[in-house]
Design a protein around this ligand. Structure first.
Ligand SMILES: [Fe+2]
Ligand SMILES: [Fe+2]
Length: 330
């Protein structure tokens, strides 16, 4: 009897979530697993404490509040928790009023509930990136790309990293998918503007965001690492490339400066995080193509999110700073 009971319990814990953050609405009852994203304890006016909380899963973050925070002293941010409560609307946003909360062991969590992953074959994406690298004729640039792409640890990180926390390609594998998108666009731009140096474009395309492998943490949910917050992927990426070049024999100084410039300037403007504006054609093209791939992906996500809703306009998007037209029968 005991064994059967144990098995039943294990089955319950191992099932995937049935309710996700993005589906929660005021009036709903909740009994579900979440990642406790944030917890801050406050004093009540009449004594005792309450806790302001944030819960997350792969679909987003929702606020929560617990009036009996004393019961949850041993639960901290970063823990997976089972929450029972009700959703109410507070300050125009849904909030879970927590009635009960307990810690769930990591072994009882299905990682796919908390981290979005590229749905296609990431090995094929990496293969296509390698094919681009193989087309580089300049021996120095080729040696630089080969140094990265033959490093197993680098390839492992590069193929699993997200390209963002919230905005574009914010899923595991997103960095490689975005990089391949940039490379395909660069190739097409070069077929029109054929004076552009394809070797520089390919090297810049592959390397421009590699600093992101250290900018994010993505064990439980995608977040920005301490190093990412302090330095950002532009500086981290240029350090990674400088360090590789220092291990290669006789890499020309001017070529090193050009490839570092492409990384440093790829956000285009100082207020967008680039210490330098693009100062030669390949750097300018990389910036625009990077921006294009990212923004098109955001628009595509907005369209996907509204599919079947019969709406002509999206809500205001704070990244694109506009509402997107959704009608498609022009
Ligand atoms: Fe970037
Ligand atoms: Fe990028």
């Amino acid at each position: 009897m005991q064994r059967a009971g144990w098995r039943l319990r294990a089955n319950i814990w191992h099932t995937m979530k049935s309710l996700y953050v993005s589906e929660l609405k005021a009036g709903q009852a909740v009994k579900e697993k979440f990642l406790l994203h944030k917890k801050s304890v406050r004093d009540k006016k009449d004594g005792g404490i309450y806790a302001l909380l944030e819960f997350s899963d792969r679909t987003g973050i929702i606020d929560g509040i617990s009036w009996d925070a004393d019961n949850f002293e041993n639960i901290s941010a970063g823990d997976f928790v089972f929450v029972a409560g009700n959703v109410r609307e507070y300050n125009g946003k849904p909030q879970i009023v927590v009635a009960a909360m307990s810690v769930v062991a990591e072994k009882d969590i299905d990682a796919n509930d908390f981290l979005l992953r590229y749905s296609g074959d990431i090995d094929k994406v990496m293969e296509a990136i390698r094919d681009f690298a193989a087309r580089v004729r300049n021996t120095n640039l080729r040696a630089l790309l080969d140094a990265f792409l033959s490093d197993k640890d680098f390839v492992q990180s590069f193929s699993s990293a997200p390209a963002a926390k919230m905005v574009h390609h914010a899923y595991l594998g997103g960095l490689a998918v975005h990089t391949l998108g940039v490379l395909k666009l660069l190739q097409n731009v070069q077929s029109v503007l054929d004076f552009l140096n394809l070797d520089l474009l390919i090297a810049g395309g592959i390397l421009h965001d590699i600093g992101k492998i250290h900018e994010y943490t993505y064990k439980k949910s995608i977040d920005i690492s301490d190093r990412g917050r302090l330095l950002g992927h532009i500086l981290i990426g240029s350090e990674m490339v400088s360090e590789r070049i220092s291990r290669l024999a006789e890499f020309p100084d001017e070529l090193k400066a050009k490839i570092l410039h492409m990384i440093l300037s790829h956000h285009g403007e100082k207020e967008w995080g680039s210490p330098k504006q693009p100062l030669f054609p390949e750097a300018l093209v990389l910036h625009h193509v990077d921006n294009l791939d990212a923004k098109i992906e955001i628009m595509r996500q907005i369209h996907a999110k509204h599919r079947g809703q019969n709406k002509q306009w999206s809500d205001y998007d704070r990244f694109l700073e506009r509402e997107i037209y959704l009608g498609d029968d022009l």
